[in-house]
Design a protein around this ligand. Structure first.
Ligand code: SF4
Ligand code: SF4
Length: 135
């Protein structure tokens, strides 16, 4: 029963297609949309958490590919530049999911990408621009 956060990239001509509806109806998956936007070039981006049977999940992802929707794990689109992070902690209070937290032993700020929901609240307060979001 995977529960995975993925990013869907829709091309301009697919923005109005009922892709997500079919994904849910025909592949028996549950979803939670974390973010959806149309970029200036009219490409659509959706961040969602998908869950369901492993076999259905794979079929659903194949269906998306066949439909021309590219997908990738959210963890590939968000990250932290470890060289830039100065462990100031400014991002920790902003993070609603505790993807950013302080290790009390080392007093370093830890980033756990699997907890991230791409809300972007940590981007602005970071003084060194260490947090990166690729969409
Ligand atoms: S705000 Fe930026 S520099 Fe400070 S701990 Fe967070 S990621 Fe690191
Ligand atoms: S994008 Fe949101 S959930 Fe992810 S680390 Fe930043 S504040 Fe936390």
């Amino acid at each position: 029963m995977p529960n995975k956060k993925i990013v869907l990239h829709f091309s301009k001509n697919l923005v109005k297609e009922p892709i997500v509806y079919k994904l849910i109806k025909e592949y028996n998956l549950s979803f939670n949309i974390l973010k959806a936007k149309i970029l200036p070039d009219e490409e659509g981006i959706m961040v969602m958490e998908l869950s369901g049977d492993e076999k259905d999940y794979k079929k659903g992802i194949e269906y998306l590919k066949r439909s021309g929707v590219s997908t990738q794990p959210l963890s590939k689109d968000i990250g932290r530049d470890e060289d830039k992070c100065i462990h100031c902690g400014a991002c920790v209070v902003m993070c609603p999911t505790q993807a950013l937290s302080v290790d009390r032993k080392t007093m370093k700020v830890i980033f756990e990408s699997e907890k991230c929901i791409a809300c972007e609240l940590c981007i602005e307060p970071c003084p060194t621009k260490a947090m990166r979001l690729h969409f």
